[in-house]
Write a protein that binds this ligand. Structure first.
Ligand SMILES: [Ca+2]
Ligand SMILES: [Ca+2]
Length: 321
């Protein structure tokens, strides 16, 4: 990459400037993609007790996938009354914590966001008492609060200068258990309210979605993974080990994607936002350039070479961390 950037700089300074050659050089630059799979990645797993369960297996699963990693777990263990975000009452410490902000302070390359069954608890309880209005009201509160969390994730730029890869997991189904009488209501909330909304949010924010709900139901004897109808501790954590295998595959695929030269705002996509960054600075040079991202080849000019770099990557999805 550096070698070709030098060529481009030298080329652009020549008096006899040929657009076809410039475009060819830009093409060479853009096709020389690289991956960051060998770098250490920091993964923050955030959620409640399910997250606390699976994340203990995640580091090993990522290592098996060839990824040097650090896994940070931010799990409350119970969020039933105070909601997941903002100030969440941490079941383990009894104190209020801001998990969204904590997630960011760990400088993540990857964030796995998973609601827990506790997050559906209040809504399920309202349903059990035939109070659908209160259930919907609680869901509405969730939508507002978790949207704020996703906005925080969306606005984050890590120390690598890139946005974290955010993976949203759908909520797993509960299975009937003698000590729990809310399973039907739980699963209605999960299937009808929470998971469709999470899928929608993943699309809106262009986060990755891992549909664990559907995937686990494709596993043979998936109910045998559950020790208490919610947690996958049964059979020496076989359910959690399956789950982290799914996450590891998703993360490995994400970090092996190419870094796109045309992705000026480093959000992993090359689209109208990148083009707009370039057009705002169009035809400027030197100190007149106020947004250096527009000068993709660092030659001190925002022009046809930069435009070509964006257009070659147009519509592509690349590596974010
Ligand atoms: Ca972009
Ligand atoms: Ca340039």
């Amino acid at each position: 990459m550096v070698r070709f950037a030098v060529h481009l700089t030298a080329f652009a300074s020549r008096k006899s400037f040929h657009w076809k050659e410039a475009c060819l050089l830009a093409l060479l630059t853009c096709t020389l993609t690289f991956t960051n799979a060998s770098a250490q990645i920091t993964v923050v797993a955030t959620g409640d007790s399910l997250t606390n369960g699976y994340s203990s297996y995640l580091g090993d699963a990522l290592a098996e996938a060839g990824l040097t990693n650090e896994v940070v777990t931010l799990a409350s263990g119970g969020c039933d009354s105070a909601r997941y975000v903002g100030r969440t009452l941490d079941y383990y410490t009894g104190t209020y914590r801001d998990f969204a902000t904590e997630t960011i302070t760990h400088d993540p390359d990857v964030i796995i966001f998973m609601l827990g069954t506790n997050d559906a608890y209040r809504m399920a309880s309202y349903l059990a008492s035939d109070n659908l209005a209160a259930c919907i009201g609680a869901f509405d509160t969730y939508c507002n609060d978790i949207s704020n969390v996703f906005d925080i994730f969306d606005a984050t730029i890590n120390s690598n200068g890139r946005r974290p890869t955010v993976i949203i997991s759908t909520l797993l189904p509960a299975v009937p258990h003698e000590s729990n009488t809310l399973v039907t209501e739980f699963n209605w909330v999960i299937d009808t309210l929470l998971n469709p909304w999470l899928e929608y949010q993943a699309g809106e924010h262009r986060f990755l979605l891992k549909d664990m709900n559907v995937l686990i139901q494709q596993q043979e004897n998936w109910q045998g993974f559950y020790s208490d109808s919610f947690h996958l501790r049964a059979n020496n954590g076989a359910g959690y080990q399956w789950m982290v295998g799914e996450f590891a595959d998703t993360i490995a695929a994400a970090v092996s994607m190419p870094v796109l030269a045309g992705d000026l705002n480093t959000d992993g996509f090359v689209d109208i936002i990148d083009l707009n960054i370039l057009l705002i600075e169009w035809s400027k040079s030197g100190a007149a350039i106020t947004d250096p991202r527009a000068d993709t080849n660092n030659d001190g000019i925002v022009g046809i070479i930069d435009l070509n770099i964006v257009l070659i990557d147009w519509g592509k999805t690349g590596y974010k961390p």
